[in-house]
Design a protein around this ligand. Structure first.
Ligand code: NAP
Length: 261
């Protein structure tokens, strides 16, 4: 149904595990050449090897989205290896919890520096190569938390994820003349190593609050990211897609109780 993305060069930040790993594997499965980026290169190497074992093309790269130099080096690595960049999935993110009363300025800065400024730095570094291709795709991993919902402990996280959406709306206008689109996926609760760390009680209660009665899979998010990267999505820019099993819909606990089943 969709035109092939074979041989498109795709960078995925934060792809040594979790949602980024799912995105990298999905893009690898459709024939993209995938640069798997994380701070700890061993994890990135494992994912690159998984993609290669499934018949795809991938390479691992150690990169830190909080560093402009590191992001420039990441973009250079893709261009040197494969001659350009077609797709950037700006996915790397962290979600350490801290209630406002205990949150330090350093806690706040750390989350904003990774999730929001890191998105900017990854995009900025890849822009010259994306422009050189005459068209491009940027897919940002935001969240429902911040843009739509709130959760105690995540004021800084929510601000960073809502900030990404403000960023893409102006970026979409600035990048349109270069035929580069920028859109965001907004995951609900997705089963990842990061989410697993929040504990079984959190996972059980979250599952109970989701109308489709399951946590999301990394493939659920990867499929949406892949759609934004297709040629067929060329006319969509500055937009967001919630992938959450209906989690943001119930207006109260009663709405969930009324579902039965
Ligand atoms: P995860 O399982 O903890 O994986 C995070 C990835 O990001 C790892 O590959 C990690 O590798 C990398 N990373 C962290 N800091 C980095 C940095 N400074 N530079 C480069 N890479 C970095 O997280 P996840 O749950 O998949 O979340 C991924 C994205 O989805 C985040 O943006 C998050 O906000 C968003 N999200 C997740 C959920 C969910 O339910 N899981 C829901 C909504 C949104 P290294 O540690 O080796 O760098």
């Amino acid at each position: 149904m969709f035109a092939s993305l074979k041989d498109r060069v795709c960078i995925v930040t934060g792809s040594s595990k979790g949602i980024g790993r799912g995105i990298a594997r999905r893009f690898g499965a459709v024939g993209c050449k995938v640069l798997v980026v994380a701070r700890h290169v061993e994890g990135a190497e494992r994912v690159a090897a998984e993609i290669a074992a499934a018949g795809g093309t991938a390479a691992a790269h150690a990169g830190d989205v909080t560093s402009p130099e590191s992001m420039d080096a990441m973009a250079r690595a893709a261009v040197e290896r494969w001659g350009g960049i077609d797709i950037l999935c700006a996915n790397a993110g962290i979600f350490p919890a801290a209630k406002l009363a205990e949150m330090t300025a350093a806690d706040f800065d750390h989350v904003i520096a990774t999730n929001l400024k890191g998105t900017f730095l990854a995009i900025k570094a890849c822009l010259p190569a994306l422009k050189a291709r005459g068209q491009g795709r940027i897919v940002v991993t935001s969240s429902i938390t911040g843009p739509i919902t709130g959760y105690p402990g995540w004021t800084h996280y929510g601000a960073s994820k809502a900030g990404q959406l403000g960023f893409i709306r102006t970026a979409a206008i600035e990048l349109a003349p270069s035929r580069i689109t920028i859109n965001a996926v907004m995951p609900g609760n997705i089963m990842t190593e990061g989410l697993d760390g929040l504990g079984q009680d959190y996972l059980d209660k979250m599952t109970a609050s989701i109308p489709l009665r399951r946590l999301g899979s990394v493939d659920d998010i990867a499929n949406a990211a892949l759609f934004f990267a297709t040629d067929e999505a060329a006319y969509i820019t500055g937009q967001t897609l919630v992938i959450d099993g209906g989690q943001v819909l119930p207006e109260s606990m009663m709405a969930l109780d009324e579902m039965g089943g």
